[in-house]
Write a protein that binds this ligand. Structure first.
Ligand code: GUN
Ligand code: ZN
Length: 405
């Protein structure tokens, strides 16, 4: 199945995917073996082949608390999330979770992710090492926080910027460009204006990526207004700091005025839509149609552990149920849409020739109530069941640059 546009998935049955040198060579229904008599041939025996999933927003140091807590955002941060993230001062713990986290991403078929780490420089280093050894494509950033957090998670403003610059120098473009550094001012609640402005400048000088949270929860929005009374909106806080732009991705975007959406559109800022998290933390429903109509690029994010699952199938079902988008559109957001929002659609997101051969083998029959004997097997039937019924147990194999991992 090849997602090619917002409401279009091209399906081939039989389907042949030709991979050469780690890249997609071609895709189609005609048997290509006569053209490539010496090529290795793998038969996936009726499984579906999908592009690897793109998770545009996920927190590595929240992996251990996935599925815990359903109170609203600010209470959940204080009670559960910040204490867990403080544990990453211990390098051994950081390594254990980092390795488990990237293994779990791959086991869910996610081959590209934009990842928040804790504030710790060494723990972010360890996360990059774990990503590099697995070959996954990842944007990774050290969270920056210089106020309104427990003391173990607070940093000096200058040190937060300097550590991020060191990590950018060390890791941005590593592993043949599959690893990118992303400047990560956590959100306006935990960052002073000075920190956000210095981050905006550092990122601009390097043409670097930025990720943060925006307008997730009503109490949060009120709090940000009280912290920055001179700014006209939450979006204006980031705009004033120089954080918006085509290399920036902001998560949630639930409670926004038309003026704020207009400004996100003018600056070509990208959106991480996190529907499962939005429901679990009782945040609200993102106004998907308004954002898309404004021309914004939108991808899907698990937001683990605001969301309780790394499975992009589960995010697709939540996206469809909360906004009434079709399963085709949900698959697009989970793959090519996410790649576009992260500026990597030239390398991943679907099976266009020349892109990296990052793909997943999906046992869709597990979602059929009568496996192997069901009568509802058209591509749209299969995709619908994947959207509403599939989970990680349907992922049979994952390939990165043509190699089975
Ligand atoms: N806002 C600030 N930090 C976080 C976080 O870790 N998760 C979510 N969902 N929202 C946030
Ligand atoms: Zn988040």
């Amino acid at each position: 199945m090849n997602p090619v546009a917002f409401d279009r998935v091209d399906a081939y049955d039989p389907g042949y995917l030709v991979v050469h040198d780690g890249r997609i060579e071609s895709i189609g229904s005609a048997d290509p073996r006569p053209q490539f008599p010496d090529a290795e041939f793998l038969d996936f025996n009726g499984d579906a082949i999908l592009p690897g999933f793109v998770d545009t927003h996920v927190h590595l140091p929240q992996f251990a608390i996935m599925g815990l807590g359903s109170e609203s955002l600010l209470d959940w941060l204080d009670r559960l999330t910040y204490p867990e993230e403080a544990r990453f001062s211990d390098p051994e713990y950081a390594r254990l979770i980092s390795e488990s986290f990237f293994d779990a991403l791959l086991a869910n078929g996610t081959t590209c992710a934009s990842v928040y780490c804790s504030i710790h420089e060494h723990a972010t280093d360890i996360a990059f090492e774990a990503a590099r050894s697995r070959g996954i494509r990842a944007f990774i950033g050290k969270a920056m926080m210089d106020r309104h957090a427990p003391p173990p998670l607070l940093e000096d403003t200058g040190e937060a910027v300097d550590a991020s610059i060191r990590l950018h120098e060390k890791w941005d473009g590593a592993n043949g460009g599959r690893l990118r550094y992303v400047f990560t001012p956590r959100f306006a609640g935990s960052c002073s204006m000075e920190l956000m402005q210095r981050t905006g400048n550092a990122a601009k000088e390097r043409n670097a990526f930025i990720q943060t949270h925006l307008s997730e929860n009503k109490a949060e929005v009120d709090w940000i207004r009280s912290l920055f009374p001179e700014r006209s909106s939450y979006t204006d806080v980031y705009d004033f700091a120089g954080l918006l732009g085509r290399r920036t991705i902001v998560a949630h975007c639930i409670h926004l005025s038309n003026g704020e959406i207009g400004r996100l559109s003018e600056t070509e800022t990208n959106i991480a839509f996190c529907p499962y998290s939005n429901r679990t933390l009782r945040s609200g429903v993102m106004p998907f149609a308004r954002l898309r109509d404004a021309g914004l690029k939108v991808g899907l994010g698990s937001d683990v552990s605001g969301g309780p699952s790394l499975s992009m199938f589960r995010q697709m079902g939540e996206a469809s149920n909360s906004t009434w988008m079709s399963p085709r559109s949900a698959l697009y957001l989970a793959t090519l849409g996410g790649a576009e929002a992260l500026n990597v659609a030239d390398r991943t997101g679907n099976f266009a020739p020349g892109k990296d051969a990052d793909f997943v083998i999906v046992d869709h029959r597990r979602t059929d109530p009568i496996p192997g004997k069901g009568a509802y097997n058209s591509p749209d039937h299969v995709l619908s069941r994947l959207c509403y019924r599939a989970d990680s147990d349907c992922i049979r194999d994952v390939y990165l640059t043509g190699h089975r991992v």
